[in-house]
Design a protein around this ligand. Structure first.
Ligand code: HEC
Ligand code: HEC
Length: 327
């Protein structure tokens, strides 16, 4: 009996050790980077800029930001130069969006186009490392091949910026679990059908990461039933903001918003620039990427509105700018 117990314990210890070794040694699923050399056409550069700056807000995560200005406007001299997320946002460890300008030493200037493509839709860095899916590659996997090439073409034209940042260092066990996140593409990607307004809106809400900020999360997962219902608190001392409820619930959400009102809200920020963005204060503090989304086309904003009308209405009143004790 005693022997059987110690055998069992021995086996359990062995299994745990083997599982740990497996996780430490495990490599992320990764396809060989494609050998494509992206052709830099004028259409692609224009399209790539639209996706990078507006639709997918690549600019917001990968640029140095001025959090003394409204919306933490990206600094013109730091576009693409990378950004270390403040600890206060509650990420599991140090999360750094790398320098993706063509600088050869501190950016991705030495990478092939295929090596630049792979992280965007498949979540694998040049060295094979699995990227933390806070980089929204699981959404970007839906970018069409043509859109993905356009983004890479545009990245190739960014001004090289010398800026060395530390590497992402995730806490245990996220540092091991992250290896299961990347997924190679299974074939060519056609992109969304723009004729289906609601589906196209859903796609835009995905690549715009709207739900990531506007839904309560627990351990990195959106709480079921609270999709887009807001109430997430972002503390960036000395300021704090909570995301509003975007569901079509009439009292606490956007239920009473007409399409005109929705578009007007975005257009209200369309003429703001880095130069004229007002200084931050608690009453207007935000991390909503207005610098990006205020520039979306009418077609895109209307599709987003159409999709938001179809999500489950959730009653969740949110005080977006509560008074915060100033130091
Ligand atoms: C919500 C923030 C966020 C957005 C939006 C975002 N990224 Fe990232 N990106 C990151 C983070 C964080 C990493 C690094 C993750 C890690 O180190 O595990 C990253 C990694 C990358 C890498 C790999 C760089 C390297 O050195 O491994 C590339 C390339 C990249 N992003 C391009 C883009 C492009 C292009 C877009 C827009 C289509 C974009 N990103 C949008 C946060 C973001
Ligand atoms: C990085 C976090 C973040 C992302 C990503 C984000 N939002 Fe927001 N959003 C906020 C915050 C914070 C506010 C509240 C403060 C403000 O109005 O600027 C807000 C406000 C709004 C408002 C104003 C609602 C009201 O009641 O006044 C709308 C509409 C909105 N977001 C829609 C969107 C859509 C659509 C997307 C995706 C395309 C999106 N947001 C992505 C953080 C975010």
């Amino acid at each position: 009996m005693k022997r059987a117990v110690s055998w069992t314990i021995g086996l359990v210890v062995f299994a745990v050790a083997a599982a740990a070794a497996f996780l430490v040694l495990k490599k992320a699923a990764a396809a060989t980077p494609s050998s494509i050399k992206v052709e830099m056409t004028a259409e692609r550069l224009q399209r790539g800029k639209y996706i990078f700056e507006y639709q997918a807000d690549c600019i917001g995560c990968h640029s140095s930001r001025d959090f003394n200005r409204f919306a933490g406007w990206p600094k013109p001299e730091g576009i693409g130069a990378g950004f270390e997320f403040p600890k206060e946002v509650g990420l599991p460890g140090r999360v750094v969006a790398p320098n993706i300008t063509p600088d050869k030493e501190t950016g991705i200037g030495e990478w092939t186009d295929g090596e630049k493509l792979r992280p965007i839709r498949e979540g694998v860095s040049r060295d094979g490392r699995a990227l933390f899916p806070f980089m929204p590659y699981q959404h970007f996997a839906k970018l069409s091949d043509e859109d993905a090439y356009s983004v890479v073409a545009y990245l190739n034209t960014l001004k090289p910026v010398k800026s060395s940042l530390p590497k992402t260092e995730l806490d245990f066990p996220v540092n091991l679990m992250v290896k299961f996140a990347p997924k190679p593409l299974s074939g060519p990607v056609a992109g969304p059908d723009r004729g289906d307004k609601v589906k196209y809106g859903e796609y835009l809400v995905g690549i715009g990461s709207c739900a990531e900020c506007h839904s309560k999360q627990e351990r990195g997962e959106i709480v079921k039933g609270m999709e887009l219902a807001g109430g997430v608190e972002f503390n960036i001392p000395p300021y704090m903001v909570r995301t509003p409820n975007l569901t079509p619930e009439p009292e606490s959400g956007l239920g009473k918003w007409s399409e005109e009102k929705f578009l007007a809200k975005f257009r209200g920020y369309a003429n703001m620039t880095y130069e004229n963005a007002p200084p931050n204060n608690q009453a207007t503090f935000t991390i909503m990427p207005w610098y990006s989304f205020s520039q979306l086309t009418d077609e895109d904003l209307k599709a987003i509105y159409a999709y938001l009308r179809t999500v489950k209405p959730v009653y969740n009143p949110v005080e977006v700018h509560p008074p915060v004790a100033q130091p």
